[in-house]
Write a protein that binds this ligand. Structure first.
Ligand code: PMV
Length: 326
């Protein structure tokens, strides 16, 4: 009989970003990161283990997937199978609310939802600290989506990664702010985060400086969250994004994740800020962006962003809750 569990996880936005590993095999980050889990957009996944299956199967948004994503998902399930001493193959059925591959961290909500569902289907239990260590192996940012509100990752120093940890430092309602997700599509083939950060580490002369600044910004961002200081948190989040992209641009060959639409959106945010509408922009490894602003001003900011040619949609979010079983 199949054992089936459905879980949902939302995407998370890194305010202090993860870009570089201290151990590629264990997928251990070189530095800490700090994120906010969003309230809406994410992935719902059903994982069903079944002794009658001869291989793993993956369906994303109703379509069967047979490319590298199946291989990656299958290796991810192996981690849970090994832990549970189970050999059964599984079927994963995932639905994403946002497009993949445009810099919206769908891998975080995908791996968090699949990991949580697999752990419960195999009776591994729901200890989030322990699950974070397993989910991290699928995608480094995914472990943060297991937690609610403002979430900090500590990379640890042990070679076996056992002191890696993730925890909520403040609940979703601790600091009121709006997070606008600006969806920009791109036909361009881009370099995924996993490869991109390794390429930056190996070839960018700015990688060392980037890591040093992350350590500093992490302490400042934590303080800003705890003090409910939106302005400082926004400033740190914005410079974090530009520093990450600065290090990536200095790699050889350079990594450019921005599109023309990204640049136009950055200009609109600057223009709003210069007119006294406090908002900050941040982005990950793709052309889409996130804009932080105060509640009450989100409609004005959304209108300005939605007018930009090439912006597909703008979704207003708030800090939100941890991955959950449905
Ligand atoms: O989790 P990964 O391997 O997809 O890497 C995430 C990298 C960034 O999204 C650019 C930054 C972050 O901390 O989420």
């Amino acid at each position: 009989m199949p054992t089936s569990v459905t879980a949902r996880a939302r995407i998370n936005l890194a305010l202090v970003k993860y870009w570089g590993k201290r151990d590629a095999r264990l997928n251990l980050p070189a530095a800490g990161s700090l994120s906010v889990t969003l309230s809406g957009l994410g992935t719902t996944s059903t994982v069903s283990f079944n002794s009658r299956l001869t291989e793993d199967r993956l369906f994303v948004n109703g379509e069967v997937v047979r490319d590298h994503r199946l291989e990656r998902a299958s290796r991810f399930l192996d981690i849970f199978r090994e832990k549970a001493r189970c050999r059964e193959r599984a079927e994963i059925v995932s639905f994403n609310d946002v497009p993949e591959g445009v810099g919206l961290a769908t891998s975080a909500s995908a791996f968090a939802s699949i990991g949580l569902a697999a752990a419960l289907a195999l009776d591994i239990g729901d200890d989030r600290e322990e699950l974070a260590k397993l989910v991290r192996l699928g995608s480094g940012s995914a472990s943060r989506s297991l937690f609610s509100g403002f979430v900090e990752v500590s990379p640890g120093i042990r070679a076996d990664g056992e002191d890696y940890s993730v925890r909520t430092i403040a609940s979703p309602d601790h600091l009121a702010m709006a997070i606008l997700v600006v969806v920009v599509s791109s036909a361009r083939k881009r370099v995924g985060s996993r490869e991109g950060m390794e390429h930056t580490r190996l070839t960018s002369p700015y990688y060392g400086a980037w890591l040093q600044e992350v350590e500093r910004d992490l302490a400042l961002a934590r303080k800003a969250v705890l003090e409910k200081d939106f302005s400082n948190l926004g400033r740190i989040a914005q410079r974090q994004a530009f520093r990450l992209h600065g290090a990536a641009l200095a790699a050889e060959p350079p990594l450019l994740y921005f599109s023309d639409v990204t640049i136009r959106a950055i200009e609109v945010v600057r223009d709003l800020a210069s007119r006294g509408v406090e908002c900050y922009v941040t982005l990950d490894a793709g052309p889409s962006l996130f804009v932080l602003c105060r509640i009450g001003e989100e409609e004005e900011v959304t209108r300005a962003l939605a007018r930009i040619e090439g912006v597909e949609r703008v979704v207003a979010e708030r800090p939100g809750h941890a991955a959950e079983v449905l």
